[in-house]
Design a protein around this ligand. Structure first.
Ligand SMILES: [Zn+2]
Length: 236
């Protein structure tokens, strides 16, 4: 154990035990028992089925499921979202690498666009989780990244619609896109950390569509199926 590790021992992001041989942020036990839920490439992803029918995406994918049996994996997501641990983005992307490699092999994209966060939220947290994930993925899979194309000038305010699934909607003016003539023809991949109701992705989709973007796809690291949606109302 090095001197730094003696004074600043590294803890496993899942079980919080001290890691002695540290080349990772996970202990061997946790790393080997992770439940990495995956969907096959050749089936219609449930994320796509959960979207509003008016949204026409080229493709939609999420490697991980936000469900009780993925609890360990979700602890890493929570470290990224709520515990100011930005390196969790790198860990999650590394864990999703096999699925993401297959996804990028099947679908070529011109540019990756992270779902933006409001500047006050970014200031408070120090970073935007979706942007960190998008940056990791762009670097790993050799796709250009554009964090300036889509902005969130307003705080997110959700409206619950009165349909039986209590689908929520984000006000369209929440996001603003600035797209050049040349960029309109690009196939854009919107990237988020977790997709729960699909409302955020939908609002971003419409902001880009209003600017004339022709081809849009979605990638969220985690996807919350409708049956788990009720419990996960904090993040839209
Ligand atoms: Zn552990």
């Amino acid at each position: 154990m090095g001197l730094a590790a003696l004074f600043f021992p590294k803890h496993c992001m899942i079980c919080e035990r001290i890691i002695e041989h540290n080349s990772s942020h996970l202990c061997v036990l946790c790393a080997s028992s992770l439940h990495l839920s995956t969907y096959a490439q050749n089936i219609m992803h449930p994320l796509r089925l959960q979207l509003d029918k008016k949204i026409v995406v080229q493709t939609a994918y999420a490697p991980f499921i936000n469900a009780p049996y993925s609890a360990q994996l979700i602890r890493i997501l929570h470290a990224l979202k709520y515990k100011k641990q930005p390196y969790a983005a790198k860990i999650l992307c590394a864990l999703a690498r096999p699925q993401l490699s297959a996804f990028f092999e099947h679908h070529p994209f011109d540019v990756i666009v992270p779902v933006p966060s409001h500047f006050l939220k970014k200031l408070k947290r120090g970073y935007n989780p979706a942007e960190l994930i998008a940056r990791e993925i762009a670097k790993e899979h050799g796709v250009a990244l554009s964090s300036k194309l889509l902005l969130q000038p307003k705080r997110k305010a959700a409206q619950a619609l009165n349909d039986k699934r209590q689908r929520t909607q984000i006000r369209p003016e929440t996001f603003r896109a600035k797209v050049s003539q040349k960029q309109k023809r690009l196939h854009m991949l919107l990237v988020d950390d977790v997709c729960t109701t699909g409302a955020t992705l939908a609002a971003c989709y419409w902001a880009l569509k209003m600017q004339g973007v022709e081809r849009i796809s979605f990638l969220s690291l985690f996807f919350t199926p409708l049956e788990y949606e009720v419990k996960a109302t904090v993040d839209l």
